[in-house]
Design a protein around this ligand. Structure first.
Ligand SMILES: Nc1ncnc2c1ncn2[C@@H]1O[C@H](COP(=O)(O)OP(=O)(O)O)[C@@H](O)[C@H]1O
Ligand SMILES: [Mg+2]
Length: 594
């Protein structure tokens, strides 16, 4: 065997998962050509094999050195002169069986070590089977497709990590396209904070905040009471001692209980609480607050100040000016005199601070997707939550892109939190239905994950919702993919649950070490390659892949739209000052409306 052209040398040391190899002095070339292909001996990240009877153990070269024992020597300058390779063991192949990860039989001193040639790789990667998708080509060979097990990729969750411009978005497109093309019943929601993916998926259902034809609505009444109190009036859960907070809870609970007859089906009012996702009219809530604050009454005692004793002012035609909540028009009351005679000023002033905050929130058009959600506005609206689910996860298109590029930064977190929680709940409670839950799993993909799944943010709605998917989603058929350029900022709970890691070029050392420590296969030698990967090249490790691999992802067409403007083109044209009318810009700033 040691006369074969693939022969490299012998094992001289065995650790728990690494072996040291002394490269033979007699091998004719440091770069042999085998079957027309050039192989370089001692390339970091390449495979070697150790045949022992009918068992062949495979490993990855993790470091190269001139001196034995210096396994962590990373000076690569003298590859040709290098004589000692440190090899991380990854798996074995017994007879004609498929390659398997993990080591059952360890090599021993003096076992032969051979180069892995293309044919071996074909043996390892095998053919595409029913449960897999092609993720890219092996870096060492354009002919060699690398497949991932789709069940494990999705339901054990995965991540695509890499610096800006390393090819994350393109990789995301590749994976989603492979899924959508190969699996007719697949379904995916892509959370797209920069609105870059619609161009890459012409057949997808794209829902966009403030869009006129396909608007994305996230009805405010999906929030639980604490969330709603925070976003409507800035109240914290600890405010529950304050009377206005208790009254608010009471009012909202009552509204919800009244609205138990719903388009998605009636709900027993006994089960309805302030937290139930039941529609109500938030403008009416404001109107009520305003009414009690500003009303005047024929009686001065608080108990007797009721709707019946209120003094509404008539207009010129003699009609009472009761206002209109949908137009945010308050009721008008008879003014109270200063001398403490009737009509008397209202003593129901608990909502003094809430009323103003609520009104300004309702007038802020940036929040319309939530507080003025079109057909989902209130109990009398055309649509209910089953329509929302039909739009998001039950449409003809297998992919729904939720374009959140119009969402103000301060509500991005709650928007993604609500989307995630609602989809999760629908999978949890629908787990036994034939068309959803366990019977039709879903993938939720989160682009720019570091900006809302930040480990340092203790009050993040999206983080707790997404963490729940990572912890228990698979039981109900919910898988997640996070995409990020700052893995070091991402929630540790999420990183710890990633089953498959696809790492592109990553230059920041803090991010590299996070990837290293959360890498499911603990394969530092491959992860060490991260700063030197080319664009579109990735290291993939974890449960869904047969053997940790360095792959190339193809460039997709059509492509996602990068959010960057074309600076050179923009700056190359001379601009006419007379054409620059900034008035509409200022109006938009003032109205906060595009
Ligand atoms: N696999 C690839 N092969 C060749 N070029 C690529 C590849 N992936 C990405 N690129 C190039 O790099 C640019 C940035 O890719 P992108 O996927 O947007 O990166 P990221 O999302 O990591 O910022 C793309 O516009 C494209 O020109
Ligand atoms: Mg990107």
């Amino acid at each position: 065997m040691d006369t074969e052209i693939t022969y490299l040398g012998k094992v001289i040391r065995v650790d728990s998962s690494t072996v040291e190899v002394e490269v033979s002095d007699d091998i004719p070339s440091a770069a042999p050509i085998i079957n027309g292909r050039l192989y370089k001996i001692g390339q970091i990240g390449t495979f070697v094999k150790m045949p022992m009877g009918n068992i062949t153990t495979y490993g990855i070269v993790s470091s190269v050195s001139n001196t034995p024992g210096k396994t962590d020597d990373t000076k690569l300058s003298q590859i040709v002169g290098s004589r000692f390779l440190s090899v991380q063991l990854v798996g074995e192949k017994i007879g004609d069986d498929d390659f398997e990860k993990g080591i059952g039989t360890y090599p021993t001193i003096n076992d032969e070590v051979h180069l892995v040639i293309e044919k071996d790789l074909f043996d390892i990667y095998g053919e595409k089977d029913a449960g897999s998708i092609e993720i890219g080509k092996h870096s060492s060979s354009d002919n060699l497709s690398v497949y991932v097990d789709i069940h494990k990729l999705i339901l054990r969750h995965c991540a695509i990590l890499g610096s800006t411009g390393s090819g994350k978005s393109n990789t995301t497109v590749s994976i989603l396209k492979a899924i959508l093309n190969d699996y007719d019943g697949s379904r995916v929601i892509l959370v797209d904070p920069h609105g870059e993916y619609a161009s890459a998926f012409p057949d997808a259902k794209v829902l966009k905040i403030n869009d006129t034809s396909d608007p994305l609505y996230i009805p405010f009444w999906l929030m639980n009471f604490d969330e709603l109190a925070f976003f409507l009036v800035g109240a914290k859960p600890t405010d529950d001692q304050k009377p206005e907070h208790r009254f608010l809870r009471e009012l909202i609970t009552n509204y919800k209980k009244e609205n138990f007859q719903l388009k998605s089906g009636d709900v027993n009012p006994v089960y309805i609480t302030a937290d139930s996702p039941i529609p109500f009219n938030v403008r009416k809530l404001w109107y009520e607050m305003n009414w009690w604050l500003n009303a005047t009454f024929s009686d001065s005692t608080k108990d007797k100040q009721t709707k019946d004793t209120a003094k509404i002012l008539n207009d010129d035609n003699g009609d009472p000016q009761i206002g209109n909540y949908d137009e945010l028009k308050p009721a008008v009351f008879e003014p109270y005199p200063m001398n403490n005679t009737a009509p008397f000023k209202s003593k129901h002033i608990e909502f003094y601070s809430y009323e103003k905050k609520l009104l300004s929130r309702l007038k802020d058009s940036r929040f319309d997707f939530m507080f003025n959600p079109g057909d989902y506005k209130d109990e009398s609206s055309l649509k209910d939550l089953h329509n929302l689910l039909n739009d998001w996860i039950g449409s003809e298109s297998k992919l729904a892109i939720l374009d959140l590029s119009g969402v103000p930064f301060e509500v991005l977190d709650i928007a993604i939190g609500l989307i995630t929680r609602f989809v999760y709940d629908s999978m949890f409670w629908g787990r036994n239905e034939s068309y959803t839950g366990k019977n039709r799993p879903i993938l939720l993909a989160y682009e720019e994950a570091h900006s809302y799944l930040n480990k340092n943010d203790n009050n993040s709605y999206s983080k707790s919702a997404v963490e729940r998917i990572f912890k228990e989603g698979r039981k109900f058929g919910v898988g997640a993919l996070v995409i990020s350029q700052r893995p070091s900022e991402i929630s540790e709970t999420i990183l710890a649950q990633i089953g498959t890691l696809i790492a592109l070029r990553l230059t920041n050392s803090g991010d590299q070490s996070i990837v290293k420590s959360s890498s499911p296969d603990n394969l530092n030698s491959l992860i060490d390659l991260l700063p030197s990967l080319r664009i579109g090249e990735a290291v993939i490790v974890g449960e869904s892949i047969k053997i940790p691999s360095r792959i190339r992802v193809k460039l997709n067409n059509p492509r996602p739209n990068s959010e960057d403007p074309d600076l050179v083109e923009c700056w190359s044209k001379a601009h006419e000052v007379s054409e620059e009318n900034y008035k509409p810009v200022v109006t938009k700033i003032r109205e906060q409306k595009l």
